[in-house]
Design a protein around this ligand. Structure first.
Ligand SMILES: Nc1ccn([C@@H]2O[C@H](COP(=O)(O)OP(=O)(O)OP(=O)(O)O)[C@@H](O)[C@H]2O)c(=O)n1
Ligand SMILES: C[C@](O)(CO)[C@H](O)COP(=O)(O)O
Length: 232
């Protein structure tokens, strides 16, 4: 790859929806933590020069993860919101403004290399950022304030955003700085890029690239990981 390729992993959350005393990124799935699975997936991408991991300021688990000592990995302290953590990591990425950065949730441990490579090829060939995403298969309803259906949305145009989300380092950094400065609530990097008027490509991802959010997600993620290991 002629320009640099870097990773960012937001791993500074507390996993409140998961519950329990251990932040979900440190829960064990098939012998490794969610964070290790996600980090290993990014480090395996050809041409990946660095991965910057945002950790909670009170994190007491990272010191036990040998993979964080990989010479391409550095860590920063994250922030109150995901966007703050991603921005803190972006400021520490050892790359130039024109380099590409892939932001991937620590909470998505089942990322497949074929999906990442599809995203990288798509972005580099078009020179435009993009995200892995999955078409919506269910019928989606927009609720009103009383919990009734306000509208049924046209699902043919609906996608569920995943990660990695891949953009130019300089453009993403400036976009996140702008939305945070304006107190605009963004839940992914693409939202910030959209606010700045950038085109964001939707690249088909796999259903297995789920975000582990609730307790029931753990068994499904473990099954996906076992299936992927069985295919290797
Ligand atoms: N201030 C935050 C909040 C979240 N994250 C990270 O962003 C990813 C996706 O966020 P989410 O699934 O919401 O994780 P949590 O915020 O930990 O979960 P919850 O909302 O249930 O507390 C996770 O890897 C999480 O560690 C982060 O780095 N910094
Ligand atoms: C980035 C993301 O995974 C795309 O679906 C999602 O927005 C993260 O949301 P969370 O509330 O921080 O888990």
């Amino acid at each position: 790859m002629s320009v640099g390729l870097h990773g960012v992993i937001p791993a500074a959350g507390i996993g409140s929806r998961m519950g329990g005393s251990t932040p979900k990124q440190y829960l064990n799935l098939n012998g490794e933590t969610l964070l290790e699975h996600s980090l290993r997936a990014l480090l395996a991408v050809p041409g990946m020069q660095s991965v910057t991991v945002a950790l909670h300021q009170a994190d007491r688990f990272a010191g036990s993860l040998a993979l964080l000592s990989d010479d391409r990995v550095n860590t920063v302290i994250g922030g109150a919101e995901r966007a703050d953590s991603v921005l803190a990591a972006l400021h520490a990425v050892p790359g130039g403004a024109g380099d590409w950065v892939l932001v991937h949730d620590a909470a998505r441990p089942c990322l497949q290399q074929a999906d990442v490579l599809r995203l990288v090829e798509h972005a580099v060939s078009r020179g435009e950022g993009g995200i892995l995403a999955e078409r919506v298969c269910d019928t989606v309803k927009l609720a009103d304030s009383s919990g009734h259906v306000e509208k049924t949305l046209d699902r043919s145009r609906l996608w569920r955003a995943q990660t990695p989300q891949m953009f130019r380092l300089g453009e993403l950094t400036q976009a996140l700085e702008a939305v945070i400065a304006r107190n605009l609530p963004v839940t992914d990097e693409a939202s910030a890029m959209e606010c700045m008027g950038y085109a964001v490509n939707l690249v088909p991802g796999s259903a297995s690239n789920l975000k582990v959010t609730l307790p029931d997600d753990l068994d499904l993620a473990a099954w996906y990981l076992s299936r992927a290991e069985g295919l290797e």
